[in-house]
Design a protein. Structure first.
Length: 239
């Protein structure tokens, strides 16, 4: 398996841990030539436009094109996942955009129907922190240590422990965030801090743990919430 993920550190950290829990036999490698059976490589996408644009330092390939070229060159990558945020876009709108980018990149690199790799587009709707907000076990598994007024505002605006985090709009009227994903990230940090836990994008810690993933899977199965996460989990379960 090969993954091209949204950010520089957050997804690389969380996905590697989740995948190790789901597939204990996986070995993680950094070089495409080292990939053999039961191997996984996770490539940081550094967001848009870095994922699809060629850098000044190396204009041979974008990060997406480089991953596709690895598939063409080495020929032993059975599944390729592109995992991105939807941000301000709707799920289907972002999916269609990424599908178009993928098809263009495949054409530029020379990927055709003779390649046996399966391609999967995973939309984190709106971001991976949105998924992480779906842990409804927190009040039952952890002791509440604080009473943050900021978290109280967030929960009064939209209680992610009850309502689907993927349907949450931008932010409360008395708070300002430049992007919806920034609000979701701050909400997650405040929620976890309330229970004595921490969250930072470069060190997501608790979110990567097995019991956290199990809580998110439970939320998907029991409520129908986190539909975009369920797409991802269903694909992994089918492998």
């Amino acid at each position: 398996m090969n993954f091209l993920v949204e950010g520089e550190k957050t997804e690389v950290n969380i996905y590697s841990k989740w995948l190790k829990y789901l597939f204990p036999q996986l070995n993680f490698v950094t070089k495409p030539e080292d990939m053999t059976i039961n191997c996984c490589r996770i490539v940081a996408g550094y967001g848009m436009p870095n994922r699809v644009c060629r850098s000044r330092a190396n204009n041979a390939f974008s990060r997406l094109e480089a991953c596709l070229n690895d598939i063409k060159t080495y020929g032993h990558i059975d599944h390729f996942f592109i995992c991105v945020d939807s941000e301000e876009f709707g799920y289907q709108e972002r999916f269609n955009e990424i599908e178009t980018q993928l098809n263009i990149a495949k054409s530029q690199v020379g990927i055709d129907s003779s390649i046996n790799t399966e391609f999967h587009i995973i939309i984190q709707h709106c971001c991976i922190e949105t998924w992480a907000l779906g842990n409804a076990r927190l009040p039952n598994e952890s002791t509440r240590l604080h009473n943050s007024s900021k978290l109280a505002d967030f929960q009064a605006f939209y209680n992610v422990l009850i309502d689907d985090p993927e349907l949450m709009l931008c932010c409360p009227p008395n708070h300002s965030f430049s992007r919806k994903a920034r609000f979701h990230s701050k909400y997650l940090a405040e929620l976890l801090k309330e229970y004595g836990l921490s969250y930072k994008k470069n060190d997501p810690k608790y979110v990567g743990e097995k019991k956290y993933l199990e809580a998110l899977k439970e939320r998907c199965m029991n409520t129908g919430h986190l539909a975009s996460l369920k797409v991802f989990l269903d694909i992994l379960e089918s492998l």
